[in-house]
Write a protein that binds this ligand. Structure first.
Ligand SMILES: [Zn+2]
Length: 506
């Protein structure tokens, strides 16, 4: 991990009003809880809007389920017994650590996925790993720590905050079947809070105890998985693939046509390949550059027994390196089978032969905090040793504030005209009015916030009702009519260039 880079990024996010915390700061902060500040919340909203639009493009429907569910649900899903992390205690200072992250920090080359507690303990002893806090000796015992956040409903009903949205999406299954009039496949997604009682989270918003998930589930009959029409629309597209066999052969990830990945047997069915493509399209729409992404297929020992195939979409961050930001899973019919068994209700749909079948579920599972952090990580540019300037070069469509309006000086009616323009623009865009300091300072402030366009009202405005508009990334300006501002800005956010609307000045 680039610790300096992370420290700087956090300082930038705190001071510019993107992300604050750990919250509540005035009480010392509780690890794993953060506040999205005004600019950060606008950014996260834009990320979530891009997610909604993408899922809707593929005809998926959004639902909102409760975050609290009774214990029985989590018995059925396996979370009550199985959703745990191994932890170890320091004999001296009593600090508690998550064993896998502890080993990863001390021994970055060590592979630990799939290892049993006994084997983890052996590694700790063999490499004499000590307490990171006090260098004391660690206890020779690993315990399982439940990640479930318990609560009580009413007087005595045992319940839990959901650790994922997916389970709550499965439960109204028979309602979906009615809603879609028995037509499978259908896709349902949910964007909402989830809770995990992490042992000692230290990765900023990448590992929070309360976070926002976005998960889509495609319900599909098993025999539809390879007879899936929408596949034809994407089969010639390329994905940055790193299959388990490529990993074993020490090959680098490569852009490979989806159809070729199917023919090679890396992707086992066409519907799943389509789901993988949606995840990729989604992150492109969020603004993540394609060269910063790869799909890593899980090895067999990383997968739960019922998962038929699993790929992680990883993003190459400046602060944390390659980081898992989305998981795409073929979950077979395990979930509906489990909930049918525990609820005693039949969870089936009728196929075209009118036979009852328990559908399979293909899942795209991710959160909205990590992609928001990824945008800050990838597009934050720092002023180094007096050279250049600090900027947030986020893609224009995702920018928290779309436009800033300045009066050149604070006299002769310029502020009144600028305020009038600002009020008009607020009807259609996020916009700020900024009158303090030299004009250069105001440009810098808005470059740091990622604002794509700055509009200045000057003395010529008084004569001919024109203003200057400046582009963030190349700092070029043109002069345009006030009455055309809205339509030009709209076109600029649709991808037009500033030069399409006039000559550069200065
Ligand atoms: Zn200690």
């Amino acid at each position: 991990m680039e610790k300096e880079a992370l420290k700087e990024l956090i300082a930038f996010m705190q001071s510019k009003g993107f992300i604050w915390g750990p919250s509540p700061e005035i009480y010392g902060g509780l690890a794993g809880f953060y506040t999205f500040a005004p600019l950060g919340k606008l950014l996260k909203n834009n990320v979530e809007e891009a997610i909604r639009k993408t899922f809707q493009k593929y005809e998926m429907y959004e639902v909102e389920c409760p975050t609290v569910m009774p214990a029985r649900v989590w018995e059925a899903s396996g979370h009550l017994t199985g959703f745990t992390d191994p932890m170890i205690e320091c004999e001296k200072c009593k600090s508690i650590f998550r064993v896998d992250t502890l080993i990863e920090e001390f021994l970055p080359e060590q592979t630990i996925s799939g290892l049993k507690n006994k084997e983890l303990l052996k590694i700790i002893k063999a490499h004499k790993i000590k307490c990171p806090t006090c260098s004391g000796k660690l206890r020779e015992e690993i315990k399982q720590h439940s990640l479930m956040m318990r609560t009580t409903v009413g007087v005595d009903i045992e319940a839990y905050n959901r650790p994922e949205t997916a389970t709550t999406t499965y439960l109204p299954f028979t309602r979906y079947v009615d809603f879609f009039r028995d037509k499978l496949p259908f896709g349902i997604f949910q964007i909402g809070k989830a809770f995990r009682n992490e042992i000692s989270p230290r990765q900023h918003v990448l590992r929070m105890r309360e976070f926002t998930q976005a998960e889509a589930q495609l319900f599909i009959f098993e025999d539809q998985k390879n007879e899936f029409e929408p596949y034809n629309d994407v089969k010639d597209r390329e994905l940055p693939i790193w299959s388990s066999s490529m990993q074993k052969e020490k090959k680098q990830p490569a852009f490979i046509k989806i159809e070729d990945a199917i023919l090679k047997g890396w992707l086992t069915n066409r519907a799943f390949a389509w789901t993988l493509y949606i995840a990729y399209d989604l992150f492109l729409n969020i603004g993540i550059p394609k060269e910063k992404m790869r799909f890593r297929q899980h090895q067999d020992d990383e997968k739960a027994f019922y998962v038929e195939d699993a790929w992680d979409l990883e993003i190459q961050l400046n602060t944390f390196g390659w980081t898992e930001c989305c998981g795409v899973h073929d979950r077979s019919n395990y979930d509906l089978k489990q909930h049918s068994k525990f609820s005693g209700k039949e969870l089936v749909a009728r196929d075209y032969k009118n036979n009852k079948q328990i559908p399979h579920i293909l899942e795209i599972a991710f959160g909205t905090d990590r992609p928001t952090f990824a945008l800050l990580d990838l597009f934050y540019e720092k002023r180094v040793k007096g050279e250049g300037k600090t900027m947030f070069k986020v893609p224009y469509k995702l920018a928290p504030i779309k436009v800033a309006v300045f009066p050149l000086v604070n006299k002769e009616k310029l502020p009144e005209i600028a305020q009038q323009i600002h009020r008009e623009l607020l009807k259609d865009f996020t916009a700020v009015y900024d009158k303090s300091g030299a004009i250069g300072r105001r440009y810098l402030r808005n470059d740091e916030a990622g604002t794509p366009f700055c509009i200045t009202v000057d003395f010529q405005t008084l004569e001919d009702k024109t203003v200057t508009i400046r582009n963030r990334d190349d700092e070029k300006q043109i002069r345009i009519k006030v009455e055309e501002l809205k339509s030009i800005l709209t076109k600029l956010f649709e991808g037009s260039k500033l030069s399409d609307f006039g000559k550069y000045i200065n």
